[in-house]
Ligand binder design. Structure first.
Ligand SMILES: [Zn+2]
Ligand SMILES: [Zn+2]
Length: 346
């Protein structure tokens, strides 16, 4: 029996209920879920602001659990293994993007782990639940000894920041600026720092500047201060995690020739850019969406090896709604994770 927290209609009202998972197929594993991170896109899906919502909906796409059952064709994992599932639950496996390990750009559209239908037409209920069923090709092994709760937010937040760091060759000798010290930004600082880059963080909040320093940033400054001027033309990459409207023209001048500003947040308003900042500086504006399964596996292994993970506030399932409201207000240090241990008990 699958216990879950679901929405019957768009909004924020969740209730505890029982949902049906698809029967275990030969390639499927059944996970006893332990933790699920709360990602801002859960709220976006629940609001149905972008349309296409499937209700009733069980949100959650940063799941970590333990394998309790496996289909006959499953290989490479064992009963009892800790594994994660992120945004991607399936894809066509044959298109150019899938072949290249970029299942998130699957040309037929990838199957989201929640708020979607699987390829046979069953509704995919997400990870605010006691268990989950998924094809083993889309599992992300969690290394032994890892803190499962801190790993959960890596399945979406972690891969979202890891993909552009890898794609733009961040490492020793690279100077990187992280905009926004939140769920994504606090992970970007840790990953970039572990990769050996020089990390600059500009934040108006004194508390966030202190956190950035603790998380490994080499330079922290108040963007309203003159100190920002010293960094003009110094950065190879700006990782922009800000999800509301903001002025990109303020940040482009930080980039050296050939530098890139990569958007990870998706503001719903138009962003304006002075073309001269791009043309004369040989700079570019980039965007990046989560990441493929192979990269997600690599990212989790890298995080474990370097002892990094999300900073979390652990909550009980009955606290999800209030956590959503706090997340909406930006009041979280830095990711809510639901402890699903109590959900199993009827
Ligand atoms: Zn997410
Ligand atoms: Zn595909």
């Amino acid at each position: 029996m699958t216990f879950a927290y679901q929405l019957t209609e768009p909004g924020t009202q969740l209730s505890r209920t029982i949902v049906d998972r698809r029967p275990l197929g030969p390639r499927d594993v059944l996970l006893d879920l332990k933790f699920c991170g709360i990602c801002h896109s859960d709220l976006v899906a629940a609001s149905d602001r972008l349309g296409g919502g499937i209700f009733p909906m069980v949100p959650g796409h940063e799941m970590v659990g333990v394998i309790t059952e496996m289909g006959a064709e499953v290989t490479g994992v064992e009963i009892g293994d800790a594994v994660g599932v992120g945004c991607i639950a399936d894809s066509c496996r044959t298109c150019h993007s899938c072949d290249a390990g970029d299942e998130h750009y699957c040309e037929t559209g990838f199957t989201l782990s929640f708020n979607s239908q699987d390829r046979a037409g069953h509704i995919n209920y997400g990870g605010y639940a006691s268990d989950y069923v998924v094809d083993y090709d889309y599992l992300v092994p969690i290394p032994e000894g890892a803190d499962l709760a801190r790993m959960a937010p890596l399945l979406c937040g972690g891969i979202t920041v890891y993909t552009p760091l890898k794609r733009f060759n961040v490492g020793p000798g690279t100077t990187l600026c992280v905009l926004g010290v939140g769920g994504l930004g606090h992970l970007a600082i840790q990953f970039a720092s572990a990769m050996g880059a020089r990390v600059l963080v500009a934040s108006r909040s004194k508390a966030k500047r202190a956190d950035a320093e603790r998380l490994g940033a080499d330079v922290v400054l108040d963007p309203e201060s003159d100190a920002l001027q010293d960094w003009m033309g110094q950065c190879d990459l700006i990782i922009d995690t800000i999800s509301n409207s903001h002025d990109l023209n303020k940040w482009f001048p930080l980039l050296r020739r050939g530098g890139k500003l990569c958007l990870l947040g998706v503001p719903t308003e138009q962003l304006e850019i002075f073309p001269a900042l791009i043309v004369f500086g040989d700079r570019s504006l980039e965007g990046s969406l989560i990441g493929g399964i192979a990269d997600t596996r690599e990212m989790v292994a890298f995080a474990h090896e370097h002892g990094l993970g999300a900073e979390i506030e652990l909550i009980q399932p009955e606290e999800i709604e209030s956590a959503w409201h706090r997340l909406h207000e930006g009041d979280v240090q830095y990711r809510f994770v639901i402890d699903l241990g109590s959900l199993n008990k009827a």
